[in-house]
Ligand binder design. Structure first.
Ligand code: FAD
Length: 390
């Protein structure tokens, strides 16, 4: 069967692209190997889909070319997506830091995109295995478990590698390679970090403890909560920092981001109080204070600290350094860092420079957003842009 456009991947970017192209009058076929539509939207944002971020700007994204995402983000903005959400009567709220969530479940967003595809007359086939993709003089031919299809444009929206149990595959990267497009290295991002055994054991009793910190790794610095786990650390501050963390790097946590620890310790010098109890002033859970001070060899009374020890303790409170030994991998990662090199694509259309008619959109591309709705905004923006040009 002949179409104008075939979109592979009925996730966030693929649905947006198919709807946009369909509503332009293009004859669109949307293919996916999964049984259910847009599983990642369904599980996103704890089931409420953090569908965009009011502050989505190019500098909230990681990419070998940090400017690549500018054009798509300008062509389709968070306000454009919000307008669609409002048109469909979907209630939403800002949780914090510009993060917009549905009042009800993520299903509302899936139903909205499904309806937009219906308005564009998009044909959709789920549970369809794609066996072979080949280039022809006037477009692309696909052999699938449901027959052969042809189209002048092919859009690849197969996402990243995270959560393989709900349908993630490396198919998009393999297609890029088949057509000679370069890939940047792939690694799990927005992912919990793990500790070496001795650190993990020391902090295991703290699993579940959460604390506001400023976490930094490489060039990433984020003020949010850290959550101790049985294996290491998680929570928004760590997920954010993980995108900047590389094996061998130290993770640094400012455990008292609002205080001047040196001045505070100076003021308390001579006090009979245990340091662990005094730290409750900053909202530290006692069991965390005790375990942390124990590990720092400092579980004592304030009056027992020498001036030098006060200075060292202040430094560690503002710059506690731990060396993670890895991440929890694609099983727990929200996204994949890296992907189809932006060098191979036009930022204005998302089309491959060397292969007219072939487009890559969404997470399969080397553009990775921060935590907080940025990744969906990239999916909507890049999907829209390709939908306008395919
Ligand atoms: P996907 O949405 O992953 O869609 C890819 C589609 O391609 C899937 O339907 C898949 O079945 C299909 N596919 C894959 N391989 C093949 C193949 N071989 N043949 C046919 N079809 C194939 N981002 C946010 O902005 N806000 C959030 O609240 C948020 N929460 C998240 C929570 C979790 C637990 C996870 C894992 C991610 C979350 N993300 C969130 C990230 C966001 O889900 C992704 O960045 C986004 O879904 C990427 O969109 P995409 O269309 O590129 O890929």
């Amino acid at each position: 069967m002949q179409y104008d456009v075939i979109v592979i991947g009925a996730g966030a970017a693929g649905l947006m692209c198919a709807a946009t192209a369909g509503q332009r009058g293009r004859r669109v076929l949307l293919l996916d190997h999964a049984r259910k539509l847009a599983e990642k939207i369904r599980i996103s944002g704890g089931g409420r889909c953090n569908f965009t971020n009011l502050h989505a700007r190019f500098d909230c994204y990681l990419s070998a070319n940090p400017h690549f995402c500018r054009s798509a983000l300008a062509q389709y903005t968070p306000q454009d997506f919000i307008a669609m959400v409002e048109r469909h009567g979907i209630g939403y709220h800002e949780k914090k830091l510009g993060q917009l969530f549905c009042d009800d479940g993520s299903e509302r967003i899936i139903a909205m995109l499904d309806e937009e595809c219906r308005l564009g007359g998009v044909d959709r086939r789920m549970e369809t295995q794609i066996l072979k993709v080949s280039r022809e003089a006037d477009g692309f031919a696909l052999d699938t478990g449901a027959g052969s299809f042809r189209a002048t444009s092919l859009v690849v929206a197969t996402g990243g590698l995270s959560i393989p149990q709900i349908g993630a595959t490396p198919f998009g990267y393999q297609l890029a390679e088949q057509f000679g497009l370069e890939l940047t290295p792939l690694t799990p991002a927005l992912v919990p970090l793990t500790f070496h055994v001795e650190d993990a054991e020391a902090f295991a009793p703290l699993a579940g403890v959460s604390l506001e910190v400023e976490a930094s790794a490489g060039k990433g610095r984020f003020r949010e909560n850290v959550l101790f786990t049985h294996k290491g650390v998680s929570g928004p501050a760590i997920l954010q920092a993980s995108s900047y963390w590389q094996p061998g790097m130290t993770l640094e946590l400012d455990l008292l981001p609002d205080a001047d620890a040196a001045a505070w310790l100076e003021q308390k010098a001579g006090s009979e109080q245990l340091i662990a109890n005094a730290l409750a002033e900053f909202g530290w859970p006692k069991r965390f204070a005790e375990a942390w001070l124990e590990r720092e060899g400092c579980n004592k009374r304030l009056k027992d600290l020498s001036p030098k020890q006060r200075q060292q303790l202040a430094e560690r409170l503002h710059g506690w350094r731990v060396k993670p030994n890895g991440t929890q991998g694609y099983k727990k990662a929200e996204v994949t860092l890296g992907g189809v090199s932006t060098k191979a694509l036009s930022s204005k259309t998302m089309m491959a420079n060397a292969v007219p008619g072939l487009f890559f959109i969404g997470e399969v591309v080397d553009v990775t957003g921060w935590l907080g709705g940025y990744n969906f905004q990239w999916a909507w923006s890049s999907g829209y842009v390709a939908g306008m040009h395919c």
